[in-house]
Ligand binder design. Structure first.
Ligand code: ME8
Length: 521
């Protein structure tokens, strides 16, 4: 209700913003799915959620890819940003906004934070000289260890010759933030997750921080540095600032900003933790803005045990995956199969096995068997339960514990544990149903049959509610079959046993989870 949303505690969650220099791959899909599950779970908790995703469109890679394709860089950005938006829709994402860093609102935001950092009391932005090995053909700098040497000359990985270049650029005084960052990690033990990542970052910061070069003069596809013709920002000030642009910055008085900043959670991949847990809090402190609460770094996906790469030809197209298996199957597979925070592996076979075992056989079967018995034997109405037996109370208690365990897991973003807890309870519910043999009770004790069917249907209701976070479309169809009102699709309602109203007329049951066939190679 409106009143609830005005008083509910806000929760702001983001994905990384992806480079649209190519079409999205399953790594991108994975991050979107996991973040969406977290956002949906928080909504089920009753939190007032804002969920942002988007694209990071500036930088030299975009310029180079567009040149290779022979199209203007803006055209490349528009085309691929469109693909990322389409992926979000195909995966049934519940994002509240989609930000593109080429939007006017973002230019205003990045220039504003830059000015704040430049005006900070120790002058965090200053001009100096950036020195490095530069390839004119690649229009990029390379680290010494990326180069090969031949006949006294040095070459980039592309084969282009590099030269030593010194250009005037702006720097950010990151070195001034070492102690402040260490204090931040100390005061906020949950700032970086998983825990091992936290230790890595603390030792990195302890080893000393160098100032960062944050502008370039060698290309112009970026946000112009204020009052410095020829300089564009490079690239992390631009990229990271999307998280505040998305909630209205530089208008710090806007409703969105006041409600949602600082962000509760940035979900990112393990390759960009440093940027999110070192640079970003330092930029925010420099600009006098509150620092985000938490960063969770997920692992990387491989395919059939191998790194995804174009040359191996094993890049999985997430659009094809959704088309073949459906969004809920794809979502469920990644959420259940991969320990969130660890690397994971995709294979068609594992997806089919996992979805068939958990969704079709476990959840689907329980719903289908109980609902079709109700349809045939209870005039298609929620049956009237009699006194509860020990077996009934045991399954009711087990479901309560499973939902509580899932909540505890989701509080730490342990999504695979949360799904595991729900599926475990479903499996027990199947055993309960099989053990009570309601089909046999039909003749011997119809009142007891009604009780078993009631308890089973209510169990399906209670477990379908948390599943809304993971398989939103199918879980909603299940709840529709039980005629559960929209405002009772909350975790609080899931924790109330026996809430199905006896006598409620139910529609004819329909299968919700079809068994998947392994696709032909
Ligand atoms: O890093 N498995 O963009 P990006 C799992 N624009 N996750 C993966 C992955 C894989 N194989 N490959 C990439 C960027 N990712 C920057 C971010 S944020 C202010 C700027 C994840 O398109 C990656 O870790 O390379 C990152 O979180 C996201 O996908 C976008 O990666």
């Amino acid at each position: 209700s409106r009143r609830a949303s005005m008083t509910a505690k806000p929760f702001y969650v983001t994905t990384a913003i992806s480079y649209p220099n190519g079409a999205p791959h399953i790594g991108h899909a994975y991050e979107m799915i996991a973040t969406d599950a977290i956002a949906r779970w928080k909504r089920l908790e009753g939190r007032d959620v804002y969920f942002l995703t988007g694209t990071d469109e500036h930088g030299i890679k975009m310029v180079q890819t567009a040149a290779k394709e022979g199209i203007p860089v803006r055209e490349l950005a528009d085309r691929n940003a469109g693909e990322f938006k389409r992926l979000a829709a195909d995966l049934n994402l519940s994002n509240d906004d989609f930000i593109r860093t080429t939007e006017q609102r973002h230019y205003e935001s990045v220039q504003a934070i830059w000015k704040k950092m430049a005006a900070s009391h120790n002058g965090d932005i200053f001009q100096s000289t950036y020195k490095g090995w530069y390839s004119v053909r690649d229009e990029a700098y390379f680290d010494e260890d990326e180069l090969t040497e031949k006949d006294g000359k040095k070459y980039a990985p592309s084969g282009a010759e590099v030269e030593w270049v010194e250009e005037p650029t702006f720097f950010f005084r990151l070195s001034a933030y070492q102690q402040k960052l260490l204090d931040l990690y100390e005061a906020n033990p949950d700032f970086i997750a998983p825990k091992e990542r936290r230790n890595e970052i603390i030792s990195f910061v302890k080893s000393g921080l160098q100032d960062l070069s944050v502008s370039r003069t060698t290309f112009d596809w970026g946000v112009p540095v204020p009052d410095a013709p020829g300089h564009v920002m490079y690239v992390w000030v631009d990229a990271l600032t999307n998280y505040i642009t998305g909630v209205g910055y530089p208008d710090e008085q806007s409703e969105l900003f006041r409600k949602f900043w600082p962000a509760d959670l940035h979900v990112i991949g393990k390759d960009i933790i440093r940027f999110h847990t070192v640079y970003w809090p330092a930029f925010l402190m420099s600009a006098g803005l509150p620092v985000q609460h938490r960063v969770f770094a997920h692992g990387f996906l491989t395919v059939d045990g191998q790194k995804m790469s174009k040359s191996l030809g094993n890049v999985i197209d997430p659009f094809e995956l959704v088309e073949t298996f459906g969004a809920d199957a794809v979502r469920y597979f990644f959420l259940r199969e991969v320990s969130f925070g660890n690397d994971g592996d995709y294979s068609h076979e594992k997806l089919v096995n996992r979805v068939n075992a958990d969704l079709a056989n476990n959840l689907g079967n329980l719903a289908q068997r109980s609902l079709s018995m109700i349809n045939k034997n209870c005039e298609a109405k929620v049956p009237e339960p009699g006194p509860l037996a020990d077996a009934d109370n045991a399954i009711i208690a087990e479901v309560s514990e499973a939902i509580a365990a899932a909540q505890k897991a989701m509080d730490q973003q342990l999504i695979h544990e949360a799904t595991g807890a729900i599926i475990g309870a479903l499996s027990s519910a199947n055993n309960y149903f099989a053990g009570q043999e309601p089909w046999a009770l039909k003749k011997t004790d119809p009142a007891r049959m009604a009780t078993v069917l009631y308890v089973t249907a209510d169990t399906v209701r209670r477990l379908a509610i948390p599943m809304l976070a993971f398989v939103p479309a199918s879980a909603a169809r299940l709840l529709d079959q039980l005629v559960v009102p929209q405002d009772e699709r909350t975790l609080a309602a899931a924790q109330l046993a026996n809430a199905l109203v006896p006598g409620t007329e139910l529609p004819a049951p329909q299968g919700v989870f079809a068994r998947l066939e392994k696709p032909a190679e």
